[in-house]
Design a binder for this molecule. Structure first.
Ligand SMILES: *Cc1c(COP(=O)(O)O)cnc(C)c1O
Length: 417
């Protein structure tokens, strides 16, 4: 007698893609409630809860416009509210997401110019300064950068880009995509002089996909008054005006907003600095594992390495997608795929959102066992290296043991300090 294939897998699936990320139970429970009247008093009370936490996460004091939509929608919103047909914008080719944003600009009738990049580094601030200072550089209406390029795991130094624009004496708007860094890595729209910050719900904010954001500076609001691209659904003014009365101009994603309020509370309870340090520890431990495996990260400059994800280059002759398929089949873990020109060449480990030391170790164990089973050549000791890295850098959370870490057995073995 043949047996039917089992339809159940025991234990939790590990969602280790760099977004959407694993949902905390608290967020799930916060959303598990009846939909309310989005024009009634209870809804107004809900929106009032959102603004202080959102402003803290974005580092701004002006409006944060919330859209029911994916991050790509918030890209479009940033452009249609501030630009006019044919406007030129300078963008930095840091990877897949930067290129996608430029494509949207093109389709809207804008003229984006991509500063070429090798998809292994963040944006080059000096190249931006030089381009803005060139004879025809005065006409750019916006400089756009992706803070954390999720396809490569490289971070762009936004304050350096601001300095480059100031050094060139340029008046362009600075627009930054923080979809995979917001709530995971330090970000400060106002201190960094960013005019439009683009965010999404499904990565560091620990929510399902479906909400996106524009944090808008006074200068961007002023630009919106003169911008001539057609805009309707994405119009900031309509949303900001309705928000003043505690409502939205159209049906909002009510239950996602309950989740957002909860997620913002959770980030505040942990403390944003502690959240950033947690991600930094996990980024460092992941890179320690990758180095011990003898594999290369897609990010070529350790100073630019992302703390929310790590893109790992597959050794020549091995398929990253076959490896990911094996890890999914054997260990019930999803790893991120290589995007556009990195397809099948890299796999990406997401280490952002609702995540702790042991979830990281589980994810890295799945990668190490996967490498073994897939017959990919790798060095032993990746997990040990990650453990050493975690133990050397004591967590800063209030729950952390106060004493300085003792020398661990594995450190003694490797002789590391
Ligand atoms: C995920 C992501 C996007 C795309 O967001 P969608 O919600 O899929 O539209 C854009 N930019 C970056 C940096 C991202 O990580």
């Amino acid at each position: 007698m043949t047996q039917a294939a089992p339809t159940r897998r025991a234990g939790r699936h590990l969602l280790q893609i760099p977004g959407p990320t694993n949902l905390p139970d608290r967020v799930l429970r916060a959303m598990d409630r009846p939909v309310i009247d989005h024009r009634g008093p209870a809804f107004r009370a809900l929106t009032e809860r959102l603004w202080p936490g959102l402003r803290r996460v974005f580092g701004c004091s002006g409006p944060v416009v919330i859209f029911p939509g994916s991050g790509s929608g918030a890209w479009e919103a940033a452009l249609v509210n501030t630009m006019s047909p044919g406007d030129r914008m300078l963008m930095c080719e840091t990877g897949h997401f930067a290129v996608q944003w430029a494509r949207i600009a093109e389709r809207l009738g804008l003229r984006p110019e991509l500063l070429p990049g090798d998809w292994r580094h963040g944006a080059d601030a000096e190249a931006i300064r030089a381009r803005l200072s060139a004879p025809d550089g005065g006409g750019f209406r916006a400089v756009c950068a992706v803070h954390n390029e999720t396809s490569t795991g490289c971070v762009s130094a936004i304050p350096e880009i601001r300095d480059a624009m100031d050094a060139a004496g340029h008046s362009a708007l600075l627009m930054v995509d923080t979809i995979s860094s917001l709530g995971s890595m330090p970000y400060d729209a106002e201190a960094w002089g960013v005019d439009v910050t683009v965010g999404g719900s499904q990565k560091g904010l620990m929510l399902p996909p479906g909400l996106s954001f524009n944090a808008v500076s006074a200068k961007a609001l002023e630009a919106a008054r003169h911008a001539a691209l057609p805009r309707a659904y994405w119009d900031w003014d309509a949303v900001i005006e309705a928000n003043e009365g505690g409502v939205f101009p159209y049906t909002p994603a009510t239950n996602l907003l309950y989740g957002l309020a909860e997620a913002l509370d959770m980030l505040a309870e942990e403390g944003l600095e502690a959240v950033f340090e947690r991600h930094a520890r996990h980024g460092a431990a992941t890179r320690a594992a990758v180095a011990a495996w003898g594999l290369e990260t897609q990010c070529a400059d350790p100073a630019q390495a992302s703390n929310s994800l790590t893109a790992v280059r597959m050794p020549e002759g091995h398929s990253a997608d076959a490896f990911r398929a094996l890890v999914l089949e054997r260990f019930d873990m999803s790893l991120g795929n290589g995007l556009s020109k990195l397809a099948d060449r890299v796999f990406r480990i997401g280490h952002l959102g609702d995540f702790n030391d042991l979830s990281l170790i589980a994810a890295l164990a799945g990668v190490e066992m996967g490498l073994c089973e897939a017959g990919v050549p790798y060095g032993a000791g990746g997990l040990d290296a990650a453990l050493d890295s975690l133990m050397r850098r004591a967590p800063s959370a209030p729950h952390a043991a106060p004493q300085t870490p003792a020398t661990t057995p594995s450190m003694a073995r490797t002789g590391q300090e």
